[in-house]
Ligand binder design. Structure first.
Ligand code: NAD
Length: 314
């Protein structure tokens, strides 16, 4: 299952011939994201001219978290460029769970809102599960609602979480078909690892999920044609864990200071891994931008479904 019917290839000519990418090829997440956003923009434009209809995304931010602010600003800018109306709903960090639930109920009822995104994490007095469960599943563009998770696990159409969708897009840029490939997902979080495993099964990959209790993780990694790493530990996977010729999708994001310079790195030791892998996502510029593009695609999809309109193909 993909956010839209989009497959953007790092090296389209190679992939269309079924030839594996050249060793160490970079999977260009920024380019893949730009193509997906273009398709969303084209479809939104058609919706506006055909139906006079503008998809709306509500972004709920609780408190002030500098890292979240960067993402919220990026999402807002990209939504506007794609022809999606986004609105911010800011709630103080001291807000109660009831305050937040009241806001969500209002957004559920608002006909101009087709997608609701609650920026995580939430402060400790608020039960994140209760908040996500309160979102209308048809507006759950983050794909975290239990109904959407259950539908995906059942192989039914649903709004799928954006980061796993992005991982699938990126993997398919190197392998147009994932059928039969051995995929290892390291990390079993509810927002990345588990839904990613379901989406990979839907693509007919043979899927293993590894986690903190997995025995001999390097050996499991060395068997994987597709290695997805969502552990949340900087440079956790080293080059000697990678099967030669594998495709590596690095979900991790870590800000580190090295040699007095601040930079962003992933869960994979990039330079080592690149020498062994056939294709690899960089951090930054891999999963992150495609995740935001998938959010826009999900908003378009939700808007069309709620309005009973066919989704225009741009
Ligand atoms: P999480 O902390 O919820 O889950 C981490 C998972 O890793 C857990 O399931 C745990 O079992 C597993 N793990 C921990 N230590 C391990 C070990 N030693 N061996 C094997 N498995 C181990 O994290 P998450 O929310 O899934 O995020 C993972 C990473 O992805 C983080 O760096 C996060 O910042 C990043 N992330 C990026 C995006 C994006 O858009 N690029 C989106 C979400 C998360």
């Amino acid at each position: 299952m993909t956010a839209m019917d989009v497959t953007v290839l790092t090296d389209a000519a190679r992939a269309s011939r079924g030839t594996p990418p050249a060793a160490g090829a970079l999977i260009d997440g920024r380019a893949i994201a730009a193509k997906l956003r273009d398709r969303v923009r084209g479809a939104a434009k058609l919706l506006a001219t055909r139906d006079g209809f503008v998809p709306g995304l509500a972004v709920v931010v609780v408190g002030h978290n500098p890292a979240s602010e960067v993402y919220v600003a990026a999402k807002k800018k990209m939504a506007a460029e794609a022809g999606i109306r986004s609105t911010d709903h800011r709630v103080p960090a001291s807000a109660s769970e009831t305050d937040l639930l009241d806001l969500i109920h209002g957004l559920n009822e608002d006909p101009r809102v087709h997608g609701i995104l609650v920026q995580l994490p939430l402060p400790p007095q608020i039960d994140g599960h209760a908040v996500i469960a309160a979102i209308d599943p048809g507006k759950d563009v983050d794909g975290f609602h239990p109904l959407n998770i259950g539908r995906i696990a059942s192989g039914l159409p649903a709004l799928a979480p954006c980061t796993p969708l992005a991982c699938i897009e990126l993997a398919k840029s190197a392998h147009p078909s994932l059928a039969g490939l051995d995929a290892l997902v390291i990390g079993r979080s509810a927002i990345v690892g588990k839904p990613l495993a379901q989406l990979l099964l839907a693509e007919d990959a043979t899927v293993t999920i590894a986690h903190s209790k997995t025995r001999d993780l390097p050996a499991a990694a060395r068997r994987a044609d597709l290695l997805f790493v969502a552990v949340g530990r900087a440079e956790f996977v080293s080059g000697d864990w990678i099967k030669p010729g594998a495709t590596v999708i690095d979900v991790g994001i870590h800000r580190v200071t090295r040699g007095g310079r601040s930079r962003i790195i992933g869960d994979v030791t990039f330079e080592e891994a690149r020498k062994v892998a056939a294709a690899i996502t960089p951090v930054p510029g891999g999963v992150g931008p495609v995740t935001i593009a998938c959010l826009l695609a999900n908003t378009l999809k939700a808007a069309c479904a709620l309005a009973g309109l066919p989704q225009p193909q741009a």
